[in-house]
Design a binder for this molecule. Structure first.
Ligand SMILES: [Zn+2]
Length: 300
């Protein structure tokens, strides 16, 4: 125990020296060497103890958040001032539009990744993988040793992560919010609204994305058709409860067949540009009892 405190004290001293510029070399190896050296001695001082506490206070906290009704991932990320990827990657959320009331999310208090150490993981390798300095991880987690125990949760501030949500951030919204439990059918930028467009009525919304990006079922339902739809290209039609049906057009590939039952968030097709389309996008329509409605009024 004393040894542990001592190693922390040494780390703290080094951190202090680092920030005051009194030490040039500050690798973890140096810290560990000093820890080993001092663990053998009886050296101890109140100053070091205070430094140790300072060091511990540099730790980046992990936030635990329970999703409540009306929450969106974007909203939560804005509330805590972290990136969307921070939350989605830390919780391995594949579809950022698919979060459930009561779901517990854990993520760092700064933009970055909450990473669970696997067998064989090394600090330097992790730092390299996520393109951060290993000292950053060292300080953020108040580590006392370079050895990482499997299962340890590490905060990796500024971790370079794929950001599938970069586009979702710019999705514009309109209409009245009606909570009927839909999730967004895909990630992307809203490129065309429901309503009059170049002299004709556009019965859905368009969301642009890359070819092959997944298209999700917005709600649980049954596939009433899946196939070629002329100007709609490859398309899927879903029937949901309460007389609601949804249509997903211009897909490059379909992932479901007529009669299939789907859950919310299931991948039903992949984005394409088939049929009457000028570029890869999803054309998405919603009908209530056979009448078109503005899809945006049903999306979270
Ligand atoms: Zn369209």
């Amino acid at each position: 125990m004393f040894k542990l405190i001592l190693s922390g004290l040494v780390a703290a001293l080094l951190v202090t020296m680092l920030f005051t510029g009194t030490v040039a070399a500050h690798s973890i190896e140096d810290v560990e060497a000093m820890v080993a050296e001092l663990a053998e001695s009886d050296y101890y001082s109140p100053e070091l103890c205070m430094s140790y506490l300072d060091y511990k206070q540099q730790r980046v906290e992990v936030i635990t958040y329970t999703v409540s009704k009306g929450d969106t991932l974007i909203g939560i990320s804005e509330k805590f001032g972290v990136s969307l990827a921070t939350i989605s990657e830390s919780n391995k959320i594949e579809n950022p539009n698919l979060i459930r009331v009561g779901q517990q999310l854990q993520f760092p208090a700064v933009t970055g990744l909450l990473y669970t150490v696997a067998q064989g993981d090394e600090l330097t390798a992790l730092a390299k993988k996520y393109e951060v300095d290993y000292e950053v991880i060292w300080f953020a987690n108040s580590l006392d040793s370079k050895e990482l125990a499997p299962g340890t949760r590490l905060v990796i501030p500024g971790a370079k992560m794929p950001d599938p949500l970069l586009q979702a951030r710019s999705v514009s919204r309109g209409g009245t919010k009606v909570n009927c439990g839909f999730v967004w059918p895909m990630l992307g930028k809203l490129s065309s609204n429901y309503g009059m467009r170049k002299g004709s009525f556009h019965w859905g919304i368009d969301i642009t994305g890359r070819v092959g990006a997944p298209i999700y079922a917005v709600a649980p339902g049954v596939v009433t058709s899946s196939g070629w739809g002329g100007s709609y290209g490859y398309m899927v039609h879903l029937q949901h409860k309460s007389g609601i049906s949804t249509l997903y057009a211009h897909a490059t590939k379909l992932n479901v067949a007529k009669g299939d039952e789907v859950s919310q968030g299931d991948i039903i097709a992949y984005v394409g540009s088939t049929g009457n389309s000028t570029g890869p996008h999803l054309h998405f329509e919603v009908k209530v009892h056979g009448r078109h409605v503005n899809p945006l009024s049903h999306l979270p």
